[in-house]
Ligand binder design. Structure first.
Ligand code: NDP
Ligand code: 8X3
Length: 250
């Protein structure tokens, strides 16, 4: 059997870490990237260097990305699946009070780095009739106060995914936008600058999506027959739904 290879970004926590486990358990090789080298090293030690290859770099650093890509050993260089998962939200302040540096970090990570890595891997993915799964969010469709630039970056991810589908027409490369709602990971810890109590409070009693739920969804998408493409998929916890428009009255 031909062992397939996935490059999973943001593999040090949350969705990415769970997805590494799922794909390794399913017999794939995994290129795992993220900034926290010690967490990546732990993956290699747990699964073996023949199964997981760690690439520790900041995804916003294009030169580091190119170097990491060029350093892939032959067994890991043929990428069949790119999971563009690395990303973050920073802050919940309304736009008029937001920190511009946080906005730029979200755009650099969620948008610029994602398109840069995609562009780098497209020749290989086309050659191998591979697949791209981009992690977007319900925030791409449903705005909420304080979601401003984060929602904007995810709207980009969803639309870019559809655009890729169009451009890759006839190549056999599949593209999916995965759009989860509230999920319990390190996401809120990061968003709040390390406020564990705020993170715990958000998820308490809500039965949020788990990282394992998303890993299982990605596994399903990646292992569908080659003729079938999931364009976009939106998931929410059963306990999360929609609220109405807000009205300001004088
Ligand atoms: P986590 O914070 O648990 O994981 C985020 C991952 O992204 C980490 O592995 C982190 O690695 C990586 N990352 C962030 N910035 C960089 C960077 N500059 N360079 C390299 N890697 C980076 O959050 P989630 O697992 O929840 O988030 C994964 C994706 O899912 C994100 O795109 C997020 O927007 C999206 N999402 C999350 C939802 C949620 O409610 N949790 C819902 C919908 C979408 P490291 O810090 O080691 O670099
Ligand atoms: C994460 C979901 O609702 O916090 O993308 O924006 S939300």
């Amino acid at each position: 059997m031909n062992t397939r290879t996935a490059w999973i970004t943001g593999a040090t926590a949350g969705f990415g870490a769970a997805t590494v486990e799922r794909f390794v358990a399913g017999g794939w090789r995994v290129v795992a990237s993220g900034r926290r080298a010690e967490r990546l090293q732990a993956l290699v030690e747990r699964h073996g260097a023949g199964r997981v290859h760690a690439l520790a770099f900041d995804i916003r650093d294009e030169a580091a990305m190119q170097q990491a890509h060029a350093s892939l050993p032959p067994d890991f260089a043929g990428i069949d699946l790119l999971v563009n998962n690395a990303g973050l939200a920073l802050g919940t302040a309304p736009a008029q009070q937001a920190d511009l540096a946080q906005w730029k970090q979200m755009i650099d990570t969620n948008v610029t780095a994602l398109v840069t890595l995609t562009r780098l891997l497209l020749p290989t993915l086309i050659e191998r009739r591979g697949a791209i799964v981009n992690i977007s969010s319900t925030a791409s469709t449903y705005p909420y106060s304080g979601g401003n630039v984060y929602g904007g970056t995810k709207a980009f991810v969803s639309q870019f995914s559809l655009g890729l589908r169009s451009d890759l027409h006839g190549t056999g490369v599949r593209v999916t936008s995965v759009e989860p709602g509230m999920a319990q990971t390190e996401f809120t810890l990061v968003r709040t600058g390390g406020d564990q109590a705020a993170s715990d409070k958000l998820y308490a009693g809500a039965h949020p999506i788990t990282a394992g739920d998303i890993a299982e969804t990605l596994w399903w998408i990646a292992n569908l027959p080659q003729h079938l493409n999931i364009n976009r998929i939106e998931l929410m916890p059963t306990g999360q739904s929609f609220a109405g428009f807000q009205v300001h009255r004088e």
